[in-house]
Structure formats: structure tokens, C-alpha cells
Design a binder for this molecule. Structure first.
Ligand code: NAP
Ligand code: G4F
Length: 341
């Protein structure tokens, strides 16, 4: 089997490439040209780079994408490439649109033009950001209303519907994985979980004084990227394409995540003050370890996310609790501590 992964240099791309190689796939990846060489650092921590065929290109370049699909003739495409940072998408809405909406269009329309409909199955990386603030205490599933609250989420909504359109109009085997947040030691360093675990490690080693965060009350449904990429593959092994929520069904606040992460390194955080003056203090030393920086707050916040993965449990054999939040946090903190030794 031959797979083409866009976004192979990101968190999910690395775990997915590792998983597909373990299944003896021939793995091809799209990588962006940079003047400093290929950005394969994350991938190299999980796979032997010699086992992957790299193709320099950009998801926004329709000519290049069509040429690559024609050359590779993949059995499976995993479309993971995106400007994936929600906050950054507010200042870069066109980049979000180009990479996510037009990027997905480049994939599906190239596949259509090349007559790959009966040959190539496609996974589209959709997101819980599609739902926006639809959460009303009930967990979100495939039928919940979608009202995105960011340029990122809005572009992903286009891509989500486009994938459905190509399934319905042309018969493509294409699936949307409506993925809730998933993390790992390879998570980008500006996403809140990794930002926290890196700071915990640096504070523990005496290399940083304090961690600055934005909204502590937002809640997310966090799983492990390693589990999520298996579900991406599983979707493409079904008889037909479909849409699936992938989530753990449990949510925690940023505050709770931070307290758990500091605890792994032996810090017991207590809170003092209100609103932007609130601080997190190490109970044993009295040192302030967490402060609020309003610049990390978003123009529009998605307050709470929790998913209902029942369809994926029933149809894909998804185990939402294979890795607990505590084990995920421990793995991330220990990884970041090891990076500093
Ligand atoms: P990530 O670590 O930010 O990786 C994004 C990937 O996209 C990187 O390989 C990046 O390449 C690539 N990329 C960005 N712009 C590109 C362009 N113009 N042309 C080609 N490649 C480009 O994201 P992730 O966490 O692995 O997420 C993978 C996908 O799942 C994304 O589409 C994301 O939106 C979606 N998603 C993620 C989550 C989550 O919690 N992780 C949840 C729901 C959905 P460089 O390395 O060169 O920057
Ligand atoms: O870690 P985050 O940046 O992830 P966010 O916005 O939930 O997006 C991630 O998950 C989506 C799926 O739901 C993906 F589609 C998307 O690609 C990405 O992977 O922020 C999580 C929460 C937000 O509410 C944010 O306001 O953490 C809050 N937060 C508080 N302080 C912070 C910070 N976020 C960041 N990045 N940095 C902070 O200092």
C-alpha cells in the first residue's frame, strides 16, 4: 500500500508515518522547501528518514499537488497540512484559508481530474473547532451544529463540507476525522499543553522563572496523537467514507492541565488573586510560577469542548481511554525534562 501524507513534518504526520511504516506501507510525504533544509526534526524522532520518500512542495500549489498525485498514484491520502494554530489564524486569516480551504480543494480536485476516484481513499483532518461554542453540557457528536469562531475553524468548515461534497457528488471514499485536541511530546511548542510542559521542565531545571498563560478557564477534550492517527488509518479501511468524531469524552480546563503538569515535577500550585492579577504559586517556596498575560487571549474564544465518540467506538473500535490524561501529561513533562538534561 502506498500513502501520501501532507503535513508529514507535523505532530500527527510523524506519528502517522511511524504507524504506516509499521504496517509496511510505502510512505510519501509533502515537505515545504526552506532555505535551511527539510524540517524533518519531529519525524526523525520516530522514523528512519530513509524509509520515507519526500516531495518538496506546498499544499497551496495546485500544479504541484496534481503532478505529485499523478506521479505517486497513492492508495491513501492523509491531508494533514494546515496552518493549525487557532490564535495565529486571527492575524493570518488568508494563510488559514489558503492552506486549509484551498489546500484541501487542491487535493480533492486533483484527485478528481486524475481519475483517482476508485483508486485513492482520502482522510481529511477536520476538527472540533468546527463546532465553535455549540457546547451546552451535552457532548458534541457528528450531528451537532457547526458554528466556528475563528478563521481557522471557518476554513476547516469549508474543507469539511468539500470532503462531503466530493463523497456525495463523485463517489470518493473520503472521510472527515472530526478530531478533538490531541497532544504528545511532539506537539508544537506554542500550543498550550506543550507550552506548559516545556515551562514546567525549564522551571524545574532553573532555566525559567515563570509561565505566562491566557485564558485558564477554557476546557478541552485532550487525547494522545498516537491513538488518533490509528483512527485516521482505520477510517480508510471502512467500506465507505464517513465522518467520525474522535475524542475521549472528558474535558479539563487549562488551569487543571497546568496544575497536573506542575505536580509531575513536584510543584504544588495554589492560586491567589483575581482575573488578570491571578497567579499560581508554588506552595512550598511561595514563588510565583504562573501569571496571566492577556496577549494570549483570543479575539474570540472557544470556551469548552467535549466530544461524544460513540460512533467511532462502535464502528472503528476506538478506545477513548487507552491513554489517560495523567499519563499523557507525565509523558510530555518527562520528555521535556529529558530534553534539558
Ligand atoms: P502541526 O503539527 O501544526 O502540523 C501541520 C503540518 O502542516 C506541518 O507538517 C506543516 O509543515 C504543514 N503545513 C503547513 N502549511 C503548509 C503548506 N502551505 N504546505 C504544505 N504543508 C504545510 O499540526 P498537527 O497537530 O499535526 O495537526 C495535523 C492536522 O490535524 C492539521 O490539519 C490540524 O489542523 C488538524 N487537527 C489537529 C488537531 C490537534 O489537536 N493536533 C485537532 C484537530 C485537527 P511545516 O512543518 O513545514 O510547518
Ligand atoms: O492549545 P491551543 O492553542 O489549542 P486549540 O486552540 O484548542 O486548537 C488546537 O485544537 C484544535 C481542535 O480543537 C485543532 F483543530 C487546532 O489545530 C489545534 O490543534 O489552545 C487551547 C486553549 C484555548 O482555549 C486557548 O485560549 O488554551 C487556551 N490558552 C490559554 N493560554 C492558550 C494559552 N493557548 C495557547 N496556545 N497559548 C497560551 O498561552
Amino acid at each position: 500500500m502506498r500513502a501520501f501524507i501532507t503535513g508529514i513534518t507535523g505532530q500527527d504526520g510523524a506519528y502517522l508515518a511511524q504507524y504506516l511504516l509499521s504496517l509496511n506501507y510505502e510512505v510519501h510525504g509533502l515537505v515545504r522547501y526552506t532555505s535551511q533544509g527539510l524540517n524533518t526534526k519531529k519525524l526523525a524522532t520516530l522514523v528512519n528518514l530513509d524509509e520515507v520518500t519526500f516531495h518538496i512542495g506546498d499544499i497551496t500549489d495546485s500544479l504541484r499537488i496534481q503532478k505529485l498525485l499523478n506521479d505517486i498514484q497513492p492508495d491513501e491520502i492523509y491531508n494533514l497540512a494546515a496552518l493549525s494554530h487557532v490564535h495565529i489564524s486571527f492575524d493570518n486569516p488568508k494563510l488559514a484559508l489558503d492552506t486549509i480551504a484551498l489546500g484541501t480543494l487542491n487535493i480533492v480536485e486533483s484527485a478528481r481530474n486524475l481519475g483517482l476516484v476508485n483508486r485513492t481513499k482520502i482522510f481529511q483532518a477536520s476538527t472540533s473547532e468546527l463546532f465553535g461554542n455549540s457546547y451546552d453540557a451535552a457532548a458534541l457528536d457528528e450531528t451537532s451544529p457547526m458554528n466556528p469562531v475563528s478563521p481557522y475553524g471557518t476554513a476547516k468548515l469549508y474543507a469539511y463540507h468539500l470532503a462531503k461534497n466530493y463523497r456525495q457528488a463523485y463517489g470518493f471514499h473520503i472521510s472527515n476525522g472530526i478530531c478533538f485536541n490531541h497532544e504528545s511530546p511532539l506537539r508544537g511548542e506554542t500550543f498550550v499543553t506543550r507550552k506548559i510542559t516545556k515551562a514546567v521542565a525549564a522551571i524545574k531545571k532553573g532555566q525559567q522563572d515563570c509561565l505566562f498563560l491566557g485564558n485558564l478557564e477554557a476546557r478541552r477534550d485532550w487525547g494522545h496523537a498516537k491513538d488518533f492517527v490509528r483512527m485516521m488509518h482505520k477510517m480508510l479501511q471502512q467500506k465507505q467514507g464517513d465522518d467520525y468524531v474522535i475524542a475521549t469524552g472528558k474535558s479539563y480546563s487549562i488551569r487543571e492541565f497546568a496544575v497536573k503538569a506542575f505536580a509531575v515535577a513536584g510543584f504544588d500550585i495554589i492560586w491567589q488573586g483575581d482575573a488578570e492579577d491571578e497567579v499560581g504559586i508554588d506552595q512550598s517556596t511561595g514563588k510565583i510560577l504562573i501569571k496571566i498575560d492577556p496577549s494570549y487571549k483570543r479575539p474570540n474564544e472557544l470556551h469548552a469542548l467535549v466530544g461524544n465518540p460513540q460512533k467511532a467506538i462502535d464502528q472503528l473500535g476506538w478506545n477513548p481511554h487507552s491513554i489517560t490524561i495523567d499519563n499523557l501529561i507525565r509523558e510530555m513533562v518527562e520528555y521535556d525534562l529529558n530534553l534539558l538534561t
